[in-house]
Design a protein around this ligand. Sequence first.
Ligand SMILES: [Zn+2]
Length: 357
Amino acid sequence: MASLIAAVVAVTAAEADFRYPYDVRTSPPQGWTTGLKQVLLIRADFSDLSSTLSLAATVSGMEKVRQKYVAMSYGLTDMNVTVSPVYILPNTASYYAKAGWEVLANAMVAAASADYPLDADGGVYDRIGFQYPPPPKAAGNILSGGIAMCGNKWFWIPGGGGGSTIFQVIHAEHEIGHTYGSGHDGYWRVTDGDPISPYGKAHETGNPYTIMGGGGPIKGDFTAKAKEQFGWAQSQLVITSGTYRLYRIDHPQTVGTPKGLKVPIPGEAPGVYYWLEMRRNFTTNSYEQNGLNILKAYDEFRIGTCLLDLNTPGSSLADAALQLPQTFSDGKGVTIRATDKGGVAPEEWMEVEITVP
Ligand SMILES: [Zn+2]
């Protein structure tokens, strides 16, 4: 399954440092992640390079993104998307590729400001996207793939490239996810067979079940941690030993709650948890269908979570899920045992017996 990991990492590997050029905001203003968002997607070509995407492909692609956000948020957010005509910028692809994100953003804002109420602070818009033709790869290039400012307005997505006429929905879903405030969903990479090995390392991306890790645009979703941060779904804090029920995190109609459980990790700072979440969109993955995922919170934005690989750690994330009946023990006093599952879509649930020190 190394190829799976490689494939999902490839989705985001080209992404530049999303803290540049604008500030990240780990605590965006209230209401940043809920309600109707005014989204302007500015399309621009370079003087010697054009996007291979049509207006129609971009408009229908962004409509899929909008619908996905409505679904993932249980209707708590929506987007009013405006897609601009194409502006031709004065300089060449190689110029912008080396000049970087901020220069490109300034040029695109300047071009579009004649037609839209827009300035360098974003004007009336809640999110501003820049769709640009990806320059040919060359030494010294800064522009590559997508980028976004965590918890801020701005995101960049490539418009076609290599002759492609297909709008990459996952690019827009993922970058807009950063603007809502999510970091990446990675995994805890180990080589000694211990899923929480202290010798392991946080790999920045690679959770194949989330749009911020490398999961696909249809089945992928946010984590329970992100949905709680966004105010979309509550998780339950576990501070006493007992049996707890949780409902799936990845269906827009699920009413049952909580949709996540969070267990403080002994010895870590307050607020650092094991996050338990269950998914049922991956219907051909028997481990996902019969289990729940345990993620370790990592930091607040760059790597939001690390998926623990509880079966064959180090070789495959397809079997990462804690199985029914299986016990995870962290050696520090926390044990988590899957004891039951039930319900029919969209109200599937699992029960876990959790002991805390
Ligand atoms: Zn990213």
